[in-house]
Design a protein around this ligand. Structure first.
Ligand SMILES: *Cc1c(COP(=O)(O)O)cnc(C)c1O
Ligand SMILES: [Zn+2]
Length: 430
């Protein structure tokens, strides 16, 4: 007999004091303001899931549905997830490591970032709760994803973003018919405003009152990595950090796979966090041994998607990095661009600035001997470069401009004698 999915989710629990709350659109404990997290009945899940059962299901993130907090089937984003895990040998050679994988969420459906995972859970849950209007505070990718998925679901969407966001990220939100509110201020100020709006109008804000459910969607990135490795865990994972949620959920996903018996060995994966130096509250806390992160008042980096100065899960992600034996670091804007180009030129993957952060931090950790070269490493690429083209515009060659003749081509590219390329990039009409 099929057990209804609702049975697997017990409720919400405060991460600080452990108090249990019923499944409802709330995100903090009324006693101590601690964040709430979904609790599952792992024994019940263990009794029903098997590898074979999961492998028979369609290749979407919903193949792990027993470990997601919906009461019924997903009604938003049913095709999200199961992005490629790529063996990155050419990048591995460049970095000087033996075994490297890229989890490529730059091609996640439908809006080309890992945010489609969290949004499909949050909006499916929003519908279960009966919300007709949804919204978010966003650094860009979340805006795109809420807008697109809300359109598909027929929900009204209010999207709040910092006004200095990349043009492409704003356009990629407005196009779906969402109401976009550009706020003169930092992400943290946008987030505070959204908390007030959510409360006043009783709307479903995916990363505010729906946050406990939303955050669970990130776990699917970890389930997919483990399944695609043949139901086992990598030794090292590097993930970009904004609010610090994704990195924790990837690790939680590994612990859960072990708990419910889908992987027989407990995870020993070390988790590494990556940020931009222009907004590095979590990596700074890790490196300085500070217990609480120091909020960054005015983020200043080309990597806007990670520019959260006061990350909600800063404390937990810092602790996780320490307890797993990993590390964290941050990189400059120039290093971010170099990272984007290195990934594009070795693996043919155009990632957004956050991907440049991950690649450049991997390189830095290797140079600092924080990361061994002979053990398996997974790099999480979370967003698509087509949305942050400005970042690399000044760093790539302009096309060679020639007359439509073979002579002109030969002149520019072979110096007339099939030798080395001569003036490519000069854009001089020959
Ligand atoms: C949101 C985001 C992240 C990280 O999100 P967390 O808030 O740390 O969960 C990473 N990469 C990209 C591209 C993002 O948009
Ligand atoms: Zn509490």
């Amino acid at each position: 007999m099929a057990i209804p999915q609702a049975e697997f989710t017990i409720g919400l629990q405060c991460k600080l004091c452990g108090k249990i709350y019923p499944k409802s659109p709330v995100n903090f404990c009324t006693d101590d303001f601690g964040p709430l997290e979904v609790v599952y009945d792992y024994d019940a899940i263990r009794a029903t899931v098997t590898r074979a059962k999961i492998e028979q299901r369609p290749r979407t993130m919903w193949r792990y549905r027993e470990l997601l907090p919906l009461d019924g089937p997903p009604t938003v984003g049913p095709q999200v997830g199961c992005t490629p895990l790529i063996r990155a040998d050419r990048l591995a050679k460049e970095l000087g490591v033996s075994k490297l994988w890229i989890k490529n969420d730059a091609v996640n459906f439908p809006t080309l970032s890992f945010k489609d995972r969290v949004v499909s859970v949050a909006l499916s849950k929003a519908r279960e709760f009966g919300f007709k209007t949804v919204g978010c505070a966003s650094t860009g990718n979340l805006a795109n994803s809420v807008a697109a998925n809300a359109a598909q679901a027929g929900l009204e969407a209010y999207i709040f973003v910092p006004s200095d966001l990349e043009k492409a990220k704003i356009l990629n939100t407005s196009v779906y018919g969402a109401k976009v509110i550009a706020v003169h201020g930092t992400y943290d100020e946008v987030n505070r405003l959204c908390t007030q709006v959510a409360f006043k109008y009783n709307w479903g804000f995916v990363n505010i009152n729906l946050r406990p459910f939303y955050a669970e969607g990130s776990k699917t990135m970890g389930y997919e990595i483990a399944e695609d490795l043949g139901w086992r865990f990598p030794r090292h994972v590097i993930a970009p950090m904004a609010g610090g949620s994704l990195i924790g959920k990837i690790h939680k996903s590994f612990e859960e796979l072990y708990k419910v018996g889908l992987v027989s060995e407990a995870p020993r994966t070390k988790m590494y966090g990556a940020q931009a130096t222009g907004c590095n509250p979590i990596t700074d806390a890790v490196k300085s041994g500070r217990d609480r992160h120091k909020p960054v008042r005015k983020p200043n980096t080309i990597c806007k998607s990670l520019a959260i100065g006061d990350p909600a899960d800063g404390y937990f992600s810092k602790n996780l990095i320490h307890t797993t034996g990993g590390w964290a670091d941050d990189v400059t804007d120039d290093e971010i661009v170099e990272g984007m180009l290195l990934l594009a030129r070795t693996e043919g993957i155009f990632a957004e600035t956050a991907g440049g952060v991950t690649i450049a931090v991997a390189r830095k950790l290797l140079a600092e001997n924080r990361l061994p070269r002979d053990e398996e490493i997974v790099l999480c690429i979370t967003g698509n470069g087509l949305k942050t083209q400005d970042a690399v515009e000044g760093a790539v060659e302009k096309p060679a401009l020639i007359k439509p003749s073979l002579d002109a081509f030969v002149e520019v590219f072979t110096g007339g004698d099939m030798g080395l390329p001569k003036t490519y990039g000069s854009a001089v009409l020959v």
